[in-house]
Design a protein around this ligand. Structure first.
Ligand SMILES: [Zn+2]
Length: 79
């Protein structure tokens, strides 16, 4: 089953025109390409998310390191 790209009604796979609104439907080749593109976009998005998480972690590690250095500095100054 597929969905009309124009009106969203469900219809059988492999038809060329929607029987509800008459819109031409994408062929299998186009669908395959769109699926590939969607997967690629998904992949890029996941990569970007992972990268953002990594950067966030690095930033927090840097912050912790800075706090640690600051604490040590403060401790040294007391003596
Ligand atoms: Zn339609």
């Amino acid at each position: 089953m597929g969905f009309c790209i124009s009106c969203g009604q469900q219809h059988q796979n492999g038809i060329r025109f929607c029987r509800f609104c008459g819109s031409q439907q994408p062929g299998e080749q186009l669908l395959a390409r769109l699926r590939q593109e969607a997967e690629h976009i998904n992949f890029l998005r996941l990569q970007a998310q992972a990268l953002a998480q990594q950067q966030q972690q690095q930033y927090q590690q840097q912050l912790q390191q800075q706090q640690f250095n600051q604490n040590q500095y403060n401790q040294q100054r007391r003596w």
